[in-house]
Design a protein around this ligand. Structure first.
Ligand code: PEP
Ligand code: MG
Length: 372
């Protein structure tokens, strides 16, 4: 296998003949997709769309979208932004031709893309010291007011993920349009993109119904009509809230696939912050054996695992065709893979460099369960 020493390649191909779990990779840029393929990934389990907005020109447009005061203004900036990211999707889908690529609609709290109010205050102060023109200062003052209005007490639990798709359907409409146009163009070029659109942070089936109706399906219809092609896309959801697990009987009926976001699901289940746990109290918890392992690395089977088991059971009962995966970090962890095999997931998705380990661990899980 390219990118892997031959002996290891052979072991991995034995593993592939044994394992039941599919192995995909999380990748946002072409280099990662290429690496994932070299390591044997069978698709992309998570492409985080927000990572496409890092280039300055795009970030500037995204900021304008976020700061816009009405939907008309948002659309003005969403159109050129969608056009820019469409090119990236084309590149990614072409690299992954004939293999599934799950693109997740925008997820993070919007303030992550904006300057901080205190930074703007400092800029205004500096502009005043330099006797800058009044209109320049006025614009910064407007920015300060707007950014202040958008501040949230608890952004991680605030206006983010599907909640943005519900309140600003045009946002999800144009992102979906970019994804679908890329697929349509590749089909016209004779390629076979397999595209799956995923909705983040869902906690109720009605959120899925709403964004499908208001954004994703209209985008699909428009693109199919304009390009004269049929796009067989799948629409699915992240499962990363406790409520999504508990109401899976309803959710499963509304989607083609689900993917466990165990990073957020772990955070939600323990009710501790994934950003703070590791460098604050978690090392002490491990030392004192309050927890057996870091739950952000090794899936917490007692709690998070129970939610997953319940959700998988309800999903299969209510939608026999549903495709079930995981795209949280645990998808690349051998001990967690053992559990995920047992509960009957279809695939795991991990960082590209963890794909070989995941292939081996999936085979080991299959062998172990045969022995019993
Ligand atoms: C997750 O929550 O597990 C996930 C994959 O999404 P993100 O890490 O982007 O929140
Ligand atoms: Mg998440």
């Amino acid at each position: 296998e390219a990118g892997i020493i031959p002996e290891l390649g052979e072991v991995l191909s034995w593993a592939d003949s044994i394992r039941k779990l599919g192995v995909r990779a999380n990748a946002d840029v072409p280099q990662d997709a290429e690496m994932a393929l070299k390591f044997g990934a069978e698709g992309i389990g998570l492409l985080r769309i927000e990572r496409m907005f890092r280039k300055p020109e795009r970030l500037e447009l995204l900021r304008k979208v976020i700061l816009a005061e009405n939907s008309e203004e948002r659309i003005k900036y969403l159109k050129p932004l969608a056009e820019m990211i469409k090119q990236d999707f084309k590149e990614m889908f072409a690299i992954m031709d004939n293999k599934p690529v799950i693109v997740r609609l925008i997820d993070p709290p919007l303030h992550e893309f904006l300057p901080k109010p205190e930074e703007i205050i400092r800029e205004i102060y500096e502009l005043r010291m330099k006797n800058a023109p009044e209109d320049v200062i006025k614009e910064k003052e407007w920015l300060y007011k707007r950014v202040s209005v958008l501040q949230e007490a608890n952004p991680m639990l605030g206006h983010r993920g599907v909640r943005v798709g519900v309140t600003y359907p045009e946002f999800y409409y144009y992102l979906s349009t970019a994804i679908l146009e890329a697929a349509a163009e590749l089909i016209k070029e004779g390629k076979n993109p397999i595209v799956e659109i995923m909705i983040p942070q869902v906690s109720d089936v009605n959120e899925i119904k709403y964004v499908k109706q208001k954004a994703i399906l209209p985008a699909l219809q428009d693109v199919e009509k304009r390009y004269g092609v049929k796009l067989n896309i799948k629409i699915g959801t992240m499962v990363e809230t406790v409520r999504a697990c508990l109401t899976m009987d309803e959710i499963a009926k509304e989607v083609d696939f689900i993917s466990f976001g165990t990073n957020d699901l772990t955070q939600a289940t323990f009710s501790f912050s994934r950003d703070d746990a590791e460098n604050k109290f978690l090392p002490f918890y491990l030392q004192e054996k309050i927890l057996p392992a870091n739950p952000f690395e090794t899936l917490d089977i007692k709690g998070v695992g129970k939610l997953i088991e319940l959700a998988v059971k309800m999903a299969r009962e209510n939608n026999p065709k549903i495709e079930i995966g995981i795209c949280g970090e645990h998808g690349g962890d051998p001990a967690s893979i053992m559990f995920l095999h047992k509960v009957g997931l279809d695939y795991v998705s991990a960082s590209p460099f963890r794909v070989p380990v995941a292939r081996l661990a999936a085979a080991q899980a299959a062998l172990k369960s045969q022995k019993k």
